[in-house]
Design a protein around this ligand. Structure first.
Ligand SMILES: *Cc1c(COP(=O)(O)O)cnc(C)c1O
Length: 525
């Protein structure tokens, strides 16, 4: 690959392959091999030795242990090293670009963490007297005000704990509204093919029947097919916008009008709100309910790094049914938090509670910090830069990778490619595995299903041009190898501690219990 000018990033000398002699330890310089803790530990050692208490009798009775506990014992430094070595085998957003599409892995500003750790937020207890947590409640309410303003909606349920949980909240609001209208017989939820997989799962979980609506050739909803299916049995449509092909559903307002005219509600999956925040208000497009993934649009760590949070904004029609705690705009324009059932007269039709308490306080604090530190103009720029970065990836690679929707206009926050053009027998997995050798986490693969061998890439707004150029260079070189049929691609990764694992077997038949190897067990007897 040629050196990239302008960007600041320069390719270094190509890494040498596997021609080096094996090491005694199995370690490859700083890439350390690590066995299971059961294989390195020994049941006879322990990190801490506490003397048996004198003069006490066990109260465990028949529950008292009769055989050794069988846990591997390690000293404290051995334990620390085991977990530290394992942690170094992870890829992380703090190590490099994380191209996963649909996941929005963006940098989490350290200021968020500083704020979330302030004792007044970090140490509050949900059962504390309300008088003593006015500041924390104020943060929840201020975040709610921002979410309502940014989406142009009427109210927001703050407690749902992730995107999918938010979907359930929105669908339960729709169910409650239909029942109140005496139209509980509406049992069908229409879900376009371009929707995220959680959408049909949510509708089915809430007791609805899911019907697919096809996508058209440009990757968007077939609006005519959707309109034709509307009728007295349809409760709602669930539309992901921007959709999982990375495209904006331009017909959403037309669709909402038709759905409302037919007596249904419009659920919008807003997990991709980061592509349109500050540019489009879903309330203006006729949306009735939409979850916002705070852990995507408004940073905050996720994916093993932290919990999610999925507040649901609701239209005026659905707001009365939202779960407590609930934040709503009142007649004088004032927005306030209704937090207890005792305020029945203010929220009598609420379908109930989704969680015991207010939701994820740490995520609220991080999201509000992100919002306040960006300001309204900064948030708009988040969307613009996220879209610009995705289009830069899309256009920079479309000569080596097939971009099935390139003719549908610019993409939104994510770029999608297919495996068309690879040599016979080569597939997306080969490209993904080779990216590991290049030091990147692979992109989202084989999703969405509407694209053959899909590669879905979401760079987010937090990547610099230099970082994008390095990633594009790596993916270009791998894609060229897939087109040329380079056999070494079929066995990549070559530099990772393990190469190709049987991932299907691991998922279907996971080995969750360690069995002592037979030879050792016999020797011990
Ligand atoms: C991430 C995502 C979800 C699910 O959100 P979780 O917080 O993981 O439950 C739903 N829809 C879309 C489009 C998403 O990207």
């Amino acid at each position: 690959m040629s050196a990239i000018n302008q960007s600041g990033w320069r390719p270094s000398a190509p890494a040498k392959g596997n021609d080096a002699p094996p090491t005694f330890t199995g370690n490859k310089a700083l890439m350390l091999e690590e066995a299971l803790i059961f294989e390195i530990g020994d049941t006879s050692t322990t990190g801490v030795e506490v003397a048996a208490p004198v003069g006490t009798t066990s109260k465990l009775g028949s529950l008292a242990r009769t055989a050794p506990i069988g846990l591997p014992g390690l000293s404290e430094p051995e334990t620390v090293r085991h977990y530290t070595r394992l942690s170094r085998q992870n890829y992380a957003i703090d190590l490099g670009l994380f191209p996963l599409g649909s996941c929005t892995m963006k940098h989490n500003p350290r200021l968020n963490e500083k704020m979330a750790r302030l004792p007044g937020f970090a140490d509050v207890h949900p059962l504390q007297p309300v008088d003593t947590v006015q500041g924390a409640l104020g943060v929840i309410n201020e975040l709610a005000v921002w979410l309502i303003e940014l989406t142009g909606m009427h109210g927001v349920a703050m407690s749902p704990k992730a995107g999918a949980h938010g979907e359930l909240c929105g669908i339960l609001c729709i169910k409650a509204a239909l029942e109140k209208r005496g139209e509980g017989h509406r049992k069908v939820v229409l879900v376009p093919e371009s929707a995220h997989g959680t959408n049909p799962a949510t509708a089915a979980f809430a007791g609805f029947t899911v019907e697919d609506i096809p996508a058209n050739a440009d990757g968007r909803i077939d609006t005519e097919a959707l309109k034709a299916r509307l009728g007295p049995d349809v409760a709602a449509v669930m539309i992901t916008n921007p959709n999982t092909c990375g495209l904006f559903e331009r017909d959403l307002k037309t669709i909402s009008d038709a759905v409302h005219a037919a007596g249904g509600y419009v659920y919008c999956d807003g997990a991709n709100f980061n592509a349109i925040v500050g540019r489009v208000r879903p309330g203006d497009l006729g949306v009735d309910a939409m979850h916002i993934n705070l852990h995507k649009t408004f940073s905050t760590p996720h994916g093993g790094g932290g919990p999610g949070s999925g507040p649901v904004v609701l239209s005026e029609a659905l707001s009365p049914f939202g779960p407590l705690p609930f934040t709503e705009r009142y007649g004088d324009g004032h927005i306030t938090l209704v937090e207890e059932e005792t305020v029945e007269e203010r929220h009598p039709d609420s379908f109930g509670r989704m969680t015991a308490f207010h939701g994820q306080m740490g995520m609220f604090t991080r999201a509000l910090t992100y919002i306040l530190s960006h300001g309204a103009d900064g948030l708009r720029q988040v969307a613009e830069d996220a879209v610009l970065n995705a289009n830069y990836v899309l256009r920079s690679l479309s000569d080596v990778l097939d971009a099935p929707f390139a003719a549908s206009g610019p993409c939104m926050h994510e770029a999608i490619f297919s495996d068309a053009g690879f040599a016979e027998g080569y597939s997306t997995i080969d490209v993904a595995k080779a990216l590991i050798d290049e030091g990147f986490h692979p992109m989202t693969m084989y999703f969405p299903l509407v694209v053959h061998g899909a590669m879905l890439i979401e760079p987010t707004e937090t990547e610099s041009k230099a970082a994008l150029d390095q990633f594009i260079g790596a993916l270009r070189s791998v894609a060229e190898r897939a087109r040329a049929g380079d056999p070494s691609l079929r066995t990549a990764p070559h530099f990772a501690p393990r190469s190709r694992l049987d991932e299907t077997l691991a998922a279907r038949k996971p080995k969750l219990v360690w069995q002592e190897p037979v030879a050792t067990a016999e020797a011990a007897e």
